[in-house]
Design a protein around this ligand. Structure first.
Ligand code: GLN
Length: 493
């Protein structure tokens, strides 16, 4: 039998259903691997909680009431609130915070409501991330950076860096992530794993600590497209009473179309994703992947997304604007940290926020307050909203000629830790290929397609039209049936 930690989610589900291993055995194997917290991927581990969940899973398996992924472990990015683990969003301001409830996504993947209706996955704990999911390297976590399992002198990407590193290092078979401007796709690409951000509104944002509400979306990160399809099927579905932007679209079985042929599929290749700035090693891997897809029957169609470059200024106006509003709730009154020395209420707010937020978060709160301020609102925020609409329209024009869009996830492979420390804008620029789909609310995924400079993984980005997750997963799965890049693992794992 394959070692438990080397099994995919699909294999683990099978192993548990056929009682070849118990949920407690599986959880114990993964807890042992996470001991000593390799790559600093976890922010909270509590073996008692995990084992209690595993026991409950074993009881449901014995009783014949198992969920679809009963007993399979998963770990959650620390922006999902959890009752049984601490939740910090990678920020000092939430140190010591315990939520009284679980995020909808956590509940759906776990035991459901009162032990019923969930997928039955067992939580291994909470994963490191950039503070409030702001970042592209995980170096903005107040609790220290995560290292990339492929080369520990490099970043794992961000903001879901702990999620990507944990899956790549086989500390967890799968993880949740969130993607506001690329935070599932880019770390998946940097760590050689598979991740998908569904259409905005498909997975509930209830209990997901808000960064930029009109962009935030949850999704799975795992080793294969099949695993992502299994988990995404359990994550999505309407949550209309609790999330005002939840889509009223029924849950879907995203595995249903995995086997479809790629024959005749039109893959749009945006010229703007292949221009200056795309590193040669990344381009080589992407070109090879496109050739493979062509050999599988797909047709490559040149398309244009003319406002690709504008996605950076537009996103870095809208996201900070929403963040400045969302983060106003952290004032020392209800959640987490409160300054110990202050003179009056206002000084308590100021002192708490000065102590609790990191540099990048403060930068974004200030940028956001500025672009929303009287006098600058029209010039920045309103303009950005107009261009956001044009970016979404560009995609609709492109989808008239193609079924999916493909290109790189990021212009380079994972960079060295500390590389952009003195220049936050360098990180912003590296988001260029993930931001457009985020602004349009489209589903996007990252699929490992080979290795570039320094032996670092390269991810192919697939973007679909609204609600076309099943098609993206189908393309990725067919590619993974024909290739073995997703099966490679870092040395010494
Ligand atoms: N890198 C982008 C940012 O810093 C995206 C982060 C995300 O998707 N959460 O905002």
């Amino acid at each position: 039998m394959t070692q438990l930690h080397n099994m995919t989610v699909a294999q683990l589900a099978q192993t548990l259903q056929t009682k070849q291993a118990s949920a407690v055995e599986v959880a114990t194997a993964f807890l042992a691997r996470a001991g000593g917290n390799p790559h600093h991927a976890f922010l909270d581990i509590d073996s008692e909680v995990t084992l209690a969940q595993a026991q409950a899973s074993d009881a449901r398996i014995a009783a014949g009431t198992a969920g679809a992924l009963e007993g399979v472990p998963i770990a959650h990015k620390d922006v999902f609130v959890t009752r049984d683990f601490a939740t910090t969003a990678g920020s000092k301001i939430l140190s010591g915070y315990r939520s009284p409830f679980d995020a909808t996504v956590v509940q759906k993947l776990g035991a459901g409501v009162n032990g019923q209706g969930g997928a039955g996955m067992v939580s291994l704990g909470k994963l490191n991330c950039d503070e409030f999911a702001m970042g592209s390297s995980n170096e903005n976590s107040a609790y220290g950076a995560v290292t990339n399992p492929w080369d520990t002198s490099r970043v794992p990407g961000g903001s879901s860096g702990g999620s990507a590193a944990a899956v790549a290092a086989r500390l967890a078979p799968a993880a949740t992530g969130t993607d506001t401007g690329g935070s599932i796709r880019q770390p998946a690409s940097f760590c050689g794993i598979t991740g998908i951000k569904p259409t905005y509104g498909r997975a509930s944002r209830f209990g997901l600590i808000a960064y930029a509400s009109s962009l935030d979306q949850a999704g799975p990160m795992a080793r294969s497209a099949e695993d992502c399809a299994l988990i995404l099927s359990a994550m999505c579905g309407p949550d209309l009473d609790r999330d005002a932007t939840s889509l009223d679209v029924p849950a879907e079985n995203f595995c249903a179309k995995l086997g479809d042929s790629l024959s005749g599929l039109r893959i749009g290749i945006p010229q703007e994703f292949f221009g200056e700035g795309l590193a040669a090693d990344v381009r080589t891997a992407i070109d090879a992947a496109l050739k493979t897809l062509e050999a599988q029957g797909a047709k490559l169609v040149p398309i244009t997304l003319p406002r690709t470059e504008l996605a950076i200024p537009v996103y870095y106006i809208i996201a900070p604007a929403e963040a400045s509003s969302n983060l106003s709730r952290f004032d020392g009154v209800k959640f987490g940290h409160r300054a110990s020395a202050y003179t009056d209420l206002v000084s308590m707010y100021k002192q708490t926020r000065a102590e609790g937020f990191g540099e990048e978060v403060k930068r974004r709160i200030m940028t956001g307050a500025y672009v929303l301020s009287h006098g600058y609102y029209d010039a920045y925020y309103l303009q950005a909203q107009k261009i956001r609409r044009m970016i979404a329209d560009d995609f609709q024009r492109a989808f008239a000629d193609c079924d999916v869009i493909a290109g790189p996830v990021a212009p380079t492979v994972a960079w060295m830790l500390g590389h952009n420390a003195s220049d936050p804008l360098a990180d912003y620029l590296a988001d260029i290929f993930t931001l457009p789909a985020s602004l349009a609310g489209l589903p996007g995924m990252s699929v490992p397609v080979g290795f570039g400079e320094g032996g670092m993984p390269v991810g192919l980005q697939l973007i679909g039209n609204y609600l076309q997750e099943a098609r993206l997963l189908n393309v990725a799965h067919q590619y993974q049936l024909a290739t073995d890049h997703h099966l490679q693992q870092p040395e010494g794992i």
